[in-house]
Design a protein around this ligand. Structure first.
Ligand code: URA
Length: 246
């Protein structure tokens, strides 16, 4: 027997944390009965459903790399009818979901999968997965400010880990800068908050790399399936044994 949230994540239907939220929201049933407590135990042979959709534990694992445009949400559904990233992968029939989030207005590299175990690993702070962003910001990003980014910034949810920060361009006429930032944390709106804390508000933000994968060959709005080597590499980063990757 295992906790229901763990089974949901193994079935590839959500991360463990997201599964907990679904349970608390009353969206999960166990053998037809709504479960709202996090401690409830079940087995793969039980009938577990989310929003009435029964989970299966034998589905093929799929892994996609999407070049997300601005104006898409990284959620599976939106009550306000806004577009979601899943609409960009209309041919994928499996119940996949994004590994982490990019803001509605952020573009760039987003991985999606139904492999809950890999997703939990890649999102776990312990594995310090690198994410590379290019931000266009208002004003001049001075050497002092770059140094602050490299040291750590006090945000309302605590000090950030040191980031790699490299100034790529300063446009004096337009008074904007372009900076490349590599971070391994994944706090909400972290890059925007770090840059605004040093005094440079973000005008545009793009993630160009995640865990060593880049956007090469994938234009905006397009996606591709990961190769077996890439999946194995991610499994290695996320501390998986690799036996589930094949
Ligand atoms: N940091 C942000 O501020 N936004 C993102 O979408 C990703 C990282």
């Amino acid at each position: 027997m295992e906790r229901i949230q763990k089974l949901i994540s193994r079935a590839g239907a959500a991360s463990r944390r997201e599964a907990e939220r679904m349970i608390q929201a009353g969206r999960v049933t166990l053998n037809g009965n709504v479960v709202t407590e996090l401690g409830v135990q079940a087995e793969e042979t039980d009938e577990i459903a989310i929003d009435g959709v029964v989970l299966t534990f034998t589905q093929v694992k799929r892994y996609f790399l999407l070049n997300k445009p601005k104006g898409y949400l990284c959620t599976v559904k939106d009550d306000r009818g806004r577009k979601t990233v899943l609409e960009l992968l209309p041919d994928v029939t499996e119940y996949i979901y994004p590994i982490g989030r990019l803001d509605y207005d952020t573009e760039g590299l987003l991985l999606l999968t139904n492999d809950g175990e890999l997703m939990n690993g890649l999102l776990h702070p312990r594995f310090e997965v690198n994410k590379t962003y290019v931000a266009k910001v208002k004003g001049q990003l001075t050497p002092d400010r770059l140094k602050e980014l490299r040291t750590g910034i006090h945000l309302e949810d605590g000090l950030t880990a040191p980031a790699e920060a490299k100034l790529m361009e300063y446009n004096e006429q337009g008074n904007w800068s372009k900076v490349k930032l590599i971070i391994h944390e994944g706090r909400n709106r972290q890059v925007r908050r770090m840059l605004s804390a040093v005094g440079n508000e973000v005008i545009a933000l793009k993630r160009i790399a995640f865990a060593g994968l880049t956007l090469d060959g994938v234009s905006r709005g397009q996606y591709r399936e990961l190769t077996a080597e890439e999946i194995a590499m991610l499994g290695h980063i996320a501390g998986k044994s690799g036996k589930d990757n094949g």
